[in-house]
Design a protein around this ligand. Sequence first.
Ligand code: PEP
Ligand code: MG
Length: 676
Amino acid sequence: MLETAIVVKVNEGLHARPATQFAKLAKEFSCSLQIFRGSTCADAKSAVKLMLLGVKQDDQILLRADGSDESDAVRRLLQFLSEPTAGVTLARHDGAKNGAGTAAGQEAQGEAVAVASNGTHHEPAAAQDVAPASSGCDASTEPPVHGVPASEGLACGPAFVYLPEELRATRQFIEPDEVESELARFGTTFRESIAALDQQFEAMGQHDDIVEALADVAQSDDFSGAVKEKIAAGWDAAAATLQVGEELSAAFLAMDDEYLRSRADDIRGIARQVALRLLGKEDVSLAALAEPCVVLAADLTALDFARAKVANIVGLVCTKGSATSHLAIMARAHGIPAVLGLPVPEELLREASRVALDGAHGQVWFDPSPEWQTEFDARIAQERRRHAALSVYRDVSPVTSDGRHIEIAANLGSLAEIDAALEAGAMGVGLFRTELLFMDRRTLPDEDEQYDVYRRLAEAFHPRPVVIRTLDVGGDKPVPGIAFPHEDNPFLGWRGVRMCLDRPDVFEPQLRALLRAATLGNVHVMLPMVDDLDEIRRAKVMLENCAQALRQAGVACAMPKLGIMVETPAAALTADLLAPEVDFFSIGTNDLTQYVMAVDRVNASLASLYRTDHPAVLRAIGMVCEAAKRANISVAVCGEAAARPDMIPVLVGLGVNELSMSPSSVLRAKKIVSEL
Ligand code: PEP
Ligand code: MG
């Protein structure tokens, strides 16, 4: 074994590019290679681990090599580390420079601090904090990267990097004699792209209008005509496609009409698909997840989730998002351990090949060593056993020791989550978020389509109650078909019930669908983002008018129980005035916390200030419970705090009657309440 201490001279240290080059060089050798920085170490053949080691210029590190070609490896790697411009190109590290045959050659350059072999450590004066010459990295030396704990659970698996790359044409212009063949190539590729798009949408059950509209625009002179013109003028087909795509989408973006504006993405999407084919590349797609993987991404949308083979996402790591972002909520709904808001550059995600995570503690390990992974696998197995043991609570209706019955319900966002909720023993649905129904598409869903979803949900849980929340979208979660104005503060803007009351064309079909589904007897309706009594009264009038119209038309309907989400400070402070108007309250602690604390719930850098357990938020919850008790109506919590083991006793103590959460948390909540 050889060990060498060295002061790193690489400009700005082993950041993304030099780390990648260094790992590439290390992989040329068969010996094991490790780098120690202080008490932590990394496999020198893993670029990701090297980046995470955070080696800076002028840091002293120890390089350890063990194997038949160790001296060659040490010589080449030390040479790399001693060059300020290392990482710019590998060609400079060909071993010939300086004629250095051993690590001693580094001493001649003044960079190597010491060389030791076969465990006889040749101690350098400044190397006391260098790790001992024991065998490989153990668990304690695999430091995690910390992000926002977003969905509990342990996971480990191959990395699936979901970061669409920025497309660039490989050349800009072609020779005059290539024009004809380039035009033909574009024509064929274009037709193939449209056909592929067609298939993709058909698989999503959204064939007709979207594909037709897209195909129309794409086939118009504005798009394919303009591309052909550019090719005829000597442009490369891919370069022309990307350029026309950008120009055309910019033109759409400048439109006043929201529908037309949202076509800009479609155009860019088509141009991208065609250019990818022309360049012989493929875009990553979550639909292609063929085996269980940990997905690494910047962000995921509801649509990404809808397209993914969710069963193959064993874990999720994103550089954006926070604990109460809708991404976190979707991960929890699907029981996928997740760490969000991870402060690492995208290059690091791209380099990872295996990832482990602890969603409860927001910890992520990139490319862990086999030894470490064995330990982690044992933790996963233990966690599974613990979870399996909870299944005895499936049919339990939890009662506290002082005799209070607490309902444990599920939060759902789609019908696909029903089975998981029923399996977990959810005693109903405390919150059905209807947004996904509006977002996972290009046009607004009509009354019949909505009725079908609400009816199927109510039937699945019958006779247990299902609380369906009316559309809660706004400028941060735009929906095709609703023209949201630009707002500087969309979280304080035209959203939730405010938008719905202004848009009867959006609200009334939903109310009619809900009134029809209410004939099943277990459908309750809930209004989001209520501030004021007047909003409740206006919604009630609309509900009554819709019911009357349905009755007149001879359509079966029933008046559901009507409740509100208490999630603004205004609603919490006037809960006593609102309570007599409604049948139930459900406290949305996700928003209530952000508004009471004045902390953006999706800003990962403010995560430590976003505290539902802050006395200010707890006082607000206490006031709401008190008002509900006086008015003799039930009060639930359906924000993420409802599933937190530390918050459940507090919420129950404050007087909450129901806790509604992701299906994956239901069993544990039942156990906690039963033991109170
Ligand atoms: C909440 O605000 O607590 C809530 C449940 O609603 P959402 O997370 O959908 O805003
Ligand atoms: Mg909310």
